[in-house]
Design a binder for this molecule. Sequence first.
Ligand SMILES: NC(=O)c1ccc[n+]([C@@H]2O[C@H](COP(=O)([O-])OP(=O)(O)OC[C@H]3O[C@@H](n4cnc5c(N)ncnc54)[C@H](OP(=O)(O)O)[C@@H]3O)[C@@H](O)[C@H]2O)c1
Length: 278
Amino acid sequence: MLKTLNVIGCGRVGQTLAALLHQHAQVQVQDLYSRSFSSAEQAAQFVGAGQPVTELAQMRAADVWLLSVPDAQVGAAAQALAEAQGPNLAGAIVFHSSGFLSAAVLQPLQALGSHVGSAHPVLNFASPDTGVRQFAGTPCGLEGDAAALAWLHSALTAIGGRCFEIASADKPLYHAAAVFSSNFTVVLQGIAQDAWHSAGVPPELMRPLTAALLQSTVDNVLAMGPSKALTGPAARGDTAVVQAQGDVVQHWSAPAGDVYKTLSELAAQLKKVGKTRV
Ligand SMILES: NC(=O)c1ccc[n+]([C@@H]2O[C@H](COP(=O)([O-])OP(=O)(O)OC[C@H]3O[C@@H](n4cnc5c(N)ncnc54)[C@H](OP(=O)(O)O)[C@@H]3O)[C@@H](O)[C@H]2O)c1
C-alpha cells in the first residue's frame, strides 16, 4: 500500500532517500521542510515530488517521517516536531539516518505514540546525485522498535539497500568503525602525502604513488583480510627499523610520530593475532 513520507532536513541524505523511496518503494513524498526554504524547494525539484513548506506545523499528517538533519540537530528537531504536530504523530513511523545516535533520541515522538527507528546507510553521500547513483548494494544499519524496523527493512531493501540490525547500545562503536574505515584512511593519506612532499618526491609522482599503494592495499584487504594483507616493518618484526623510523617521524611531526608509534604497536599485534575478518 502507498505510504506518505514527510522529510525534515533536505540535504544530501534526505534528498537521496526521498528520491529513491519515491521511485522504488511505493512511497508518496508529501511535504518537505528544511532549515532554509530554498533547500526544501531544491529537494522537491530533485525528487520530482513533494510540497516545500516553511513551518513544521504546515506539514500534513503522514505515515512515515524522515529526520535527515545533522546529528547535533536530531534531538531538537524531534522535540520541535512533537510540539508542532502533537497527536498527528500517533501511529506514524519516524526515523533518522544517523550512524551514531540511536532511536532513543526520538523519545518525544515515541511519547506521542510514534514508532521510532534509525537507518544508517554506510555510504559516502557526497551529493544527492552520487547518492542515487551509488546506493544499490549499500549496507544499511537498522535499529528501533519492531514496527519501525519492519517498514525500514522492507522499504530500504526495495531501493537496493542490504539491511542488517545493529543493537542501539552498540551504535557509537559501530559508527566509530566507519570513521576508522573511511575518514581515518583519508587522514593517513594526508599524512603520507605531506611526508612524501617533505622527502622530496616529485609532485607529478604523488598521484601514481598514492594510486599504486592505495589500490593494491584495498584489493589485498578485500581478498585476504587485514592480517594477511599487512606488510611493513612492524608486521615483519623489524623492531630496529620501527624504532629508528619512528624517531625520524617524531622529529618531522610530533602528532604523526605518535600515530606512527601507536599504529606500529597495533600492526605487530594484528600480525600476531592473525585476524582475517573480510
Ligand atoms: N553524508 C553522509 O555521508 C552520511 C551517511 C550516512 C548517514 N548520514 C547522516 O544523515 C544525516 C544528514 O546528513 P547529511 O549529510 O544529509 O547532512 P546535510 O547534507 O548537511 O543535510 C542536513 C540538512 O538538514 C537541514 N537542517 C539542519 N538543521 C535543521 C533543523 N533543525 N531543522 C530542519 N532542517 C535542518 C540543513 O539545512 P538547510 O535547510 O540550511 O540546507 C540541511 O539541508 C546525519 O544524521 C548524518 O550523520 C550522513
